[in-house]
Design a protein around this ligand. Structure first.
Ligand code: SF4
Ligand code: FE
Length: 482
């Protein structure tokens, strides 16, 4: 296993092409826009090498029997599914933001079971290839970007019907030694500081879409790959100071890229699906369900921090004893723990797959994430309510440091005399960071938009059985039958 330092050193050896704000980034570990995201991902390595956290952070590889980082593990039990959720909450307590590495973990587990199913039906050898690559990932403790989301173009059209066929990632050439890909993957969490990407389809596919049924592993610095780094709320503050960023060490959410694939060659031993359209829907459902399971872990871990920050701000403002403040803090806790309950439930209700790994309860996993699209906004609303409007009108850090204005800001932003005014400002910036634009939008659309969950909830809801239950109790349809 690597530790945090070794992870950073391993990133320095890669040469991905990354553009950010008109500039080509040479070293992601030192660039001020990406470094906080690297720090966050590095936490998944640092904690794994800390004896205090090894129970949650490591697992025994079912391939080699060696101790590996849990982020490269194929779940072998319901306890593994539960440990994953607890691990995510614990890491989020320390970063206050996304640490990105779960996307690859989920893509690997979904690929493990799907390649098994394809081989069983089609006589292919994807599973064997995938397991070989997985062993390499585990041995080298790599960070994998799970690359599912395509740009998708006109949402009412399937991949093969798009005006531009590159709007979904596809195979443009099959050769004796491998395939050539064109297209792009969007909103790629952690891509800039991953070692490899695991590409999988993004949607259900129909006859005619065979070229788009592609799963494979590609190094982030493979020839033909270009990453364009996304903007976040207030990201330029990283270039200007420390206090104003709110969480200077770890930034906001995942640091996403638009990753363009321009004639990227992938050798056959790294191809895990090629043309088998009938497996695309299950593949997507599995990946999405694993990732939706997570949100009652990481988002609840972040909420712990935000709730704590809000309670502390009430202390600083002198409002902590007001009954409505206490009530709102209880409500925030209730909303967070509800999401955690769902994540634990979908893990405990998981089951063993034919391939041998463990998979979450799909219906309950989708409930986790649907709750998240609402509860996180409500938690943020209550944080704003309690913290006060000053979190949106605070002066610049530079003015706090300037001799002409610094003392004035300290004097007029003082509240409860037990606390320092600068600490109050720092805490306000943390609340602003964790409850604003990019953080909220991520809890809405990360791991899929609400409608995607509703489609799955309807599919899994067993509505006919529910109708039968009602009909039996109400003694319906007897006369017709008689
Ligand atoms: Fe992991 Fe949560 Fe970030 Fe997704 S949003 S990558 S589950 S920390
Ligand atoms: Fe996410």
């Amino acid at each position: 296993m690597m530790n945090g330092k070794q992870y950073r050193e391993s990133l320095k050896k890669l040469k991905p092409i990354i553009y950010c704000n008109g500039e080509k980034i040479e070293d992601v570990t030192t660039h001020p826009m990406i470094r906080p995201h690297v720090n966050s991902a590095a936490m998944t390595y640092e904690l794994a090498s800390d004896p205090l956290y090894q129970n949650l952070m490591t697992a025994r590889s079912h391939l080699t029997g060696k101790t590996i980082n849990r982020f490269t593990h194929i779940h072998q039990s319901k306890e593994d599914l539960v440990s994953k959720v607890k691990m995510l909450r614990m890491i989020a307590n320390k970063t206050g933001t996304c640490f990105q590495r779960c996307v690859g973990l989920d893509a690997m587990n979904a690929t493990f079971m799907t390649t098994y199913d394809i081989d069983k039906k089609c006589g292919t050898e994807y599973h064997k290839r995938f397991v070989k690559w997985l062993e390499y990932v585990q041995e080298n403790d790599l960070m994998i970007a799970g690359s599912m989301t395509d740009p998708k173009g006109n949402r009412s059209l399937k991949p093969s019907a798009q005006a531009d066929p590159d709007l979904f990632t596809r195979v443009v050439e099959k050769r004796d030694d491998g395939v050539v890909l064109c297209g792009a993957k969007a909103h790629q969490t952690g891509m800039a500081n991953s070692h490899e990407m695991l590409i999988l389809p993004t949607t259900n596919l129909l006859p005619g879409d065979e070229a788009w049924a592609i799963a494979c592993a590609v190094p982030v610095d493979a020839e033909g790959v270009t990453h364009i780094f996304g903007r976040q709320t207030n990201d330029q503050r990283r270039l200007q100071g420390h206090i104003d960023t709110g969480n200077a060490e770890y930034a906001i959410v995942g640091g996403e890229t638009l990753t363009v694939l321009d004639h990227v060659f992938v050798p056959w031993d790294r191809v895990f699906m090629c043309g088998e359209i009938e497996f695309a829907q299950d593949y997507v459902t599995r990946f999405a369900s694993y990732h939706r399971q997570n949100y009652g872990g990481c988002k609840v871990g972040n909420s712990d921090v935000l709730i704590g920050a809000t309670a502390l701000m009430a202390d600083m403002n002198g409002t902590a004893r007001a009954s409505h403040v206490k009530d709102k803090l209880i409500e925030m806790t209730h909303l967070a723990e509800t999401m955690y309950c769902c994540s634990l439930a979908c893990s405990y209700e998981g089951h063993r797959t034919e391939a041998g790994n463990y998979y979450v309860d799909t219906l309950l996993a989708n409930e986790v994430k649907l709750n998240c699209t609402r509860n996180i906004y409500e938690i943020a609303r209550l944080a704003h309510d309690i913290a006060g409007g000053f979190i949106a009108t605070l002066p610049y850090e530079k003015d706090l440091m300037a001799p002409e204005t610094g003392d004035l800001i300290r004097k007029f932003l003082a509240a409860n005399a037990e606390f320092d005014a600068v600490d109050r400002i720092k805490l306000a910036r943390l609340i602003e960071n964790m409850s604003g634009g990019t953080a909220l939008a991520e809890s809405m659309h990360g791991a899929g938009s609400p409608q995607a969950m509703k489609v799955m909830i309807l599919r899994e809801s067993n509505m006919d059985r529910k109708k039968e239950l009602a009909a039996d109790l109400a003694d319906l349809f007897c006369e017709k039958e008689a």
